[in-house]
Design a protein around this ligand. Structure first.
Ligand code: AMP
Ligand code: GLY
Length: 423
C-alpha cells in the first residue's frame, strides 16, 4: 500500500514515520517532506505542494489514502478537492476546518452549541478595541482572527503591549492584510492540556493525552510560539476530565457540525484549560494533530496508525482499540536563534548522528537542510528530540542528556519541559 502525507514539519515526520512502520505499507510519500523523512526507510519525499499536482500524483501512483498534517491546506479545501476527485483523504473539509482557520467562527460555534470557552468580544477596528481594552482588567488575551502559526495570540499584561499588538494587526498588518478582525477574551489562569481525537463524522477515538509548552522561555515566559515541547500522557487529564471533555466539548462538535449540515472527519485538537475543581474550558480548536504533541504521542502508539485511519475513513472508529505504551514521552523542540520573531538559517548542526543511536530516543526533523554535505538549520523550529522512559523523571533526564550532545549556533530550547509533572 502507498500513502501520501502532506506537510514538512516535525509532526509530519512523526506521522509519516509511524505510518511507515505498518506492515501494510510499501511506501509513504511525503509532500514536500523534510530531511528527516528523506532519511527514513520506506519514506520518499516528493517536491509537490499545489493541490492539483498532489491529486494527479495520488491518482497516478494509486495512493490508498492521503493524510494532511498542517492547517493551511485544510483551510484551503484540500479535503474537498481530493474527495471530488474520488480520492480518500484524512482530514476535515474546508467548512469544518474553520474551527481553526477563524477564531470568530470557532467562538460563534462554541456559543451556539454550548461548548464552554473563555468569554470574548470581537472587534474589526483597532481604535474601538483600544477603547475597550483601556477599561478592562489585565492580563487579557488578544487573538488575530485567522491562521498565524500559533503566533497571533498575545497574553497582554500591560496596555502598551496590548496597544502595540493591536497596531501590529491593524496598522502594520503583521499577520497579513486579510486579518481585519480580532477576538479579545478573558485570561484564564488554569492548567493547559491538549486533547486530540480522531473523528469519523459520528465516532470519537481519543489519542493519548498531552501537554504542550507554548511560551518561548522557561517558566512560561516570553512570547507565544508554535510549541516548544510536549509530553504524554498528561496526568491532569484524569478519567473524569476525559469523560467531561468528550461530553462537553468533542461530542457537541460532532453534533453541531451535523446540525450545520456537515460531518467532521479527521484529527481534531482541543486546547483545554482545566481549573483546580475540574472545570474545563476550551481555548482553541485546531483541525489537525498538534505539533509538537504528535512527536511524543506517536512514540507511545503501539498500534498500527494505518489501520486506525482506515477505520476513520470508513466511519468505523468505534471498532478501533489502540494500545498506548505505558511509558512517559517527552519531546523538546530545538529552535534557531531569533525564533519566533525570525529564524536563523544555515547553521551547521553537530552531534545528531550520535544521538540517533541512543536507545529510547527519536529525533524528528522540522526545519533542517543539507548544505555542503552538512546538516544545517533551515528555519524556526529545527528539531524535536523525544525520549521514552518509565516515568517523567527518567524521560526528562534522558531527553536533556541527548540534547547536550547536539549543538548549533544560537540553539535555543526550554530546560523545563515536563518539569511540572516530574516528581
Ligand atoms: P490559542 O492559539 O488560542 O490556543 O492561544 C495560544 C496560547 O495562548 C494558548 O495555548 C494559551 O497558552 C494562551 N491563551 C490563549 N487564550 C488564553 C486565555 N483565554 N487565557 C489564558 N491563556 C490563553
Ligand atoms: N502545539 C500547538 C499546536 O499544534 O497548535
Amino acid at each position: 500500500m502507498k500513502i501520501l502525507v502532506i506537510g514538512s514539519g516535525g509532526r509530519e515526520h512523526a506521522l509519516a514515520w509511524k505510518l511507515s512502520l505498518s506492515s501494510k505499507v510499501d511506501t509513504v510519500y511525503v509532500a514536500p517532506g523534510n530531511i528527516g523523512t528523506l532519511l527514513e526507510p520506506k519514506i520518499e519525499n516528493i517536491a509537490l505542494t499545489k493541490i492539483e499536482d498532489l491529486i494527479n500524483f495520488a491518482k497516478k501512483n494509486q495512493i490508498s489514502f492521503t493524510v494532511v498534517g498542517p492547517e493551511g491546506p485544510l483551510a484551503n479545501g484540500i479535503v474537498d478537492q481530493f474527495r471530488e476527485a474520488g480520492l480518500k483523504i484524512w482530514g476535515p473539509t474546508k467548512y469544518c476546518a474553520q474551527l481553526e482557520s477563524s477564531k470568530i467562527f470557532a467562538k460563534n460555534f462554541m456559543l451556539k452549541y454550548n461548548i464552554p470557552t473563555a468569554k470574548h468580544v470581537t472587534f474589526n477596528n483597532g481604535e474601538a478595541a483600544k477603547i475597550y481594552l483601556a477599561k478592562q482588567t489585565l492580563p487579557i488575551v488578544i487573538k488575530a482572527d485567522g491562521l498565524a502559526a500559533g503566533k497571533g495570540v498575545l497574553v497582554a499584561t500591560n496596555l502598551d503591549q496590548a496597544f502595540n499588538f493591536i497596531d501590529d494587526i491593524f496598522v502594520h498588518q503583521k499577520f497579513g492584510i486579510d486579518q481585519t478582525q480580532i477576538v479579545i477574551e478573558e485570561f484564564l489562569d488554569w492548567t493547559e492540556a491538549s486533547f486530540i481525537v480522531m473523528l469519523d463524522g459520528k465516532n470519537i477515538l481519543a489519542m493519548a493525552s498531552s501537554v504542550d509548552h507554548k511560551r518561548l522561555l522557561d517558566n512560561d515566559q516570553g512570547p507565544n510560539t508554535g510549541g516548544m515541547g510536549a509530553y504524554s500522557p498528561a496526568p491532569i487529564v484524569t478519567p473524569t476530565i476525559h469523560a467531561k471533555v468528550i461530553k462537553e466539548i468533542i461530542q457537541p462538535v460532532i453534533d453541531g457540525m451535523h446540525q450545520e449540515g456537515h460531518q467532521y472527519s479527521g484529527f481534531l485538537y482541543a486546547g483545554l484549560m482545566i481549573d483546580p475543581l475540574g472545570n474545563v474550558k476550551i481555548l482553541e480548536f485546531n483541525c489537525r494533530f498538534g505539533d509538537p504533541e504528535a512527536q511524543p504521542i506517536m512514540l507511545r502508539l503501539n498500534s498500527d496508525l494505518v489501520e486506525l485511519i482506515e477505520l476513520g475513513l470508513s466511519g468505523e472508529l468505534d471498532q478501533a482499540h489502540p494500545l498506548w505504551e505505558d511509558k512517559f514521552a517527552i519531546g523538546v523542540v530545538l529552535a534557531s536563534a531569533g525564533y519566533p520573531e525570525s529564524s536563523q538559517k544555515n547553521d551547521t548542526i553537530q552531534g545528531l548522528a550520535q544521538v540517533t543511536q541512543l536507545p529510547g530516543i527519536k529525533v524528528f526533523h522540522a526545519a533542517t537542510t543539507i548544505n555542503n554535505q552538512q546538516l544545517c538549520t533551515d528555519g524556526g523550529r529545527v528539531l524535536c528530540v523525544v525520549a521514552l522512559a518509565q516515568n517523567a523523571k527518567q524521560a526528562q533526564t534522558k531527553v536533556y542528556q541527548a540534547i547536550d550532545l547536539i549543538n548549533f549556533k544560537g540553539m535555543q530550547y526550554r530546560k523545563d519541559i515536563a518539569s511540572k509533572v516530574v516528581i
